[in-house]
Design a protein around this ligand. Structure first.
Ligand code: SF4
Length: 326
């Protein structure tokens, strides 16, 4: 839930999720549309689907108990090397390494690693350093490790959380607080004046602008919506009919004709902008009433407003739905 999202935003999602899906069995058996609805607005919906697949695998292969073994955690859908290492170390205090953006920043500066951390050789070197650190940590008896009820008491758990937290709060991308850093005596970049040049990340890809025309189409108190196909972006989520118009000089009425074969006057309804990865997307929404309903595809439905609220919508279209209901 926290990927690309602030803690403050996530808290109500987290609380609602745990209220409705309080354990692995509940998640494994929930309807997928319910899971997507609970995730609505967080984006990256593949994570929600993978969480459910993981819950189903845990029920099937682990008798409903979350596995504590690194390889078994890694075998869960949606779990990669970093996530498996984080769970195994933080929850189960195993000597497994982690390497995310924050840890990469700390390690490249601490050891003055000059290569691009996304290049294979440099990335593997950073994993090795993270491995060595957690192996050393595993041999240290943490003062709190004999307190049974503290899940986070082990030294591997503490080390990995400390690296992440240091990167997030002290060794920040801009203006790192070296004077207050507990690692400054050991930090090669700090001693050699190279903090600003590390990590040596390549420049970001330029943003690409995309524009969509979206149509809020009403007939007899119901609205036309379509479900996104499986296997693609935002699979299974719902949205109002829309078409990408970047680079084309089409009027809304011509676009509506092209999209659905409908001829109707369109009134400007809303204009929203949002970003997905490197795309800067503008949704220009138009509202229209039609006298006849176009032929439905298997993925589309006419529904009244109150039923639309029960469906999981993509984030931008959820905002349109909120404006429609206002
Ligand atoms: S001394 Fe500065 S550059 Fe080095 S780890 Fe600490 S905050 Fe980062």
């Amino acid at each position: 839930m926290l990927q690309q999202t602030q803690v403050r935003t996530v808290i109500p999602y987290w609380e609602r999720w745990l209220r409705e899906l309080p354990d692995v069995a509940a998640l494994a058996t929930a309807p997928e549309q319910r899971v997507l609805k609970l995730w609505e607005g967080l984006g990256y919906y593949t994570r929600a689907r993978n969480l459910q697949k993981a819950a189903q695998q845990i029920m099937r292969d682990h008798a409903g108990q979350f596995p504590c073994d690194f390889e078994a955690i890694l075998a869960l859908p949606g779990v990669g090397r970093y996530t498996a290492g984080a769970i195994a170390s933080i929850a189960f205090n195993q000597p497994t390494s982690i390497l995310d953006g924050n840890v990469i920043r700390v390690l490249t500066r601490l050891f003055a690693i000059a290569g691009n951390p996304r290049d294979k050789a440099t990335n593997e070197r950073l994993w090795q350093l993270a491995d060595q650190l957690v192996q050393v940590a595993s041999s240290i008896q943490h003062p709190a490790s004999n307190i049974q009820h503290l899940v986070f008491a082990g030294s591997c758990s503490v080390l990995n959380q400390s690296l992440m937290e240091l990167g997030a709060t002290v060794c920040t991308p801009q203006n790192p607080q070296c004077a207050a850093c507990p690692l400054r005596d050991h930090c090669v970049a700090h001693h050699t004046g190279r903090v600003a040049e590390l990590p040596a990340l390549p420049p970001r890809a330029a943003a690409t602008r995309r524009e969509f025309y979206t149509f809020v189409i009403e007939h007899d108190g119901e609205f036309l919506v379509t479900q996104r196909p499986s296997g693609g972006v935002n699979a299974g989520l719902w949205e109002f009919p829309n078409l990408e118009v970047t680079g084309r000089h089409r009027t809304p009425t011509a676009t509506l004709k092209e999209l659905l074969g409908l001829t109707a006057a369109c009134a400007a309804f809303a204009s929203l902008t949002h970003s997905i990865t490197r795309y800067r997307i503008t949704q220009r929404a138009f509202r229209t009433r039609v006298r006849r309903r176009p032929a439905l595809t298997p993925a589309s439905r006419w529904l009244p407003l109150e039923e639309l609220h029960r469906l999981p919508f993509t984030s931008a279209h959820q905002r349109l739905l909120a404006q429609l209901a206002a």
